[in-house]
Design a protein around this ligand. Structure first.
Ligand SMILES: [Zn+2]
Length: 153
């Protein structure tokens, strides 16, 4: 029905180019993920990331507990070729931040807990705004295209 392309090292098949491109973008940040039918699970940070805005129910979670799942939508790049995303919950203000404690890139709700979703650095304490030092908002992160890595469908 649709082309199946394998553009990432482990050979995960993607049904859409946008999905493969998001895999390449996540790989460029060393974000760990699994993928199935248009939905990435960012396993280290328990984020469910659906490509586009599919009509599927994703876990919503409790914004006050960083261990609970978070759901986001990975959108098509903007006209400048920058990555864009949105929270499944419109009340969320989602950034992608770099954690100085674990060197991971993690999504964070600025309106929620200021804590690395991977190692739980931050939150309460002296360094609870570590995310201000290095983070991306939608439209600020270069979107990596899988086809630009030399493989084609
Ligand atoms: Zn961390």
């Amino acid at each position: 029905m649709t082309n199946t392309i394998s553009t990432v090292e482990d050979g995960t098949p993607f049904s859409r180019a946008l999905d493969a491109d998001w895999a390449a973008t996540l790989d460029s940040l060393k974000v760990r993920w699994t993928y199935e039918q248009g939905v990435f699970h960012l396993s280290d940070q328990n984020v469910w990331a659906a490509v586009g805005t599919p009509d599927v129910a994703l876990p919503s979670g409790d914004r006050d507990d960083v261990r609970d799942p978070m759901s986001i939508h990975l959108l098509a790049p903007d006209p400048d070729g920058m990555a864009t995303w949105a929270g499944a919950n419109p009340a969320q203000d989602l950034i992608l931040t770099h954690c100085p404690a674990c060197d991971g890139h993690t999504f964070m709700d600025v309106n929620g807990a200021w804590q690395c979703r991977i190692c739980h650095h931050g939150g309460r304490g002296n360094d609870n705004k570590f995310w201000r030092k290095e983070h991306y908002r939608p439209g600020e992160l270069l979107f990596i295209r899988a086809t630009a890595l030399g493989e084609r469908p």
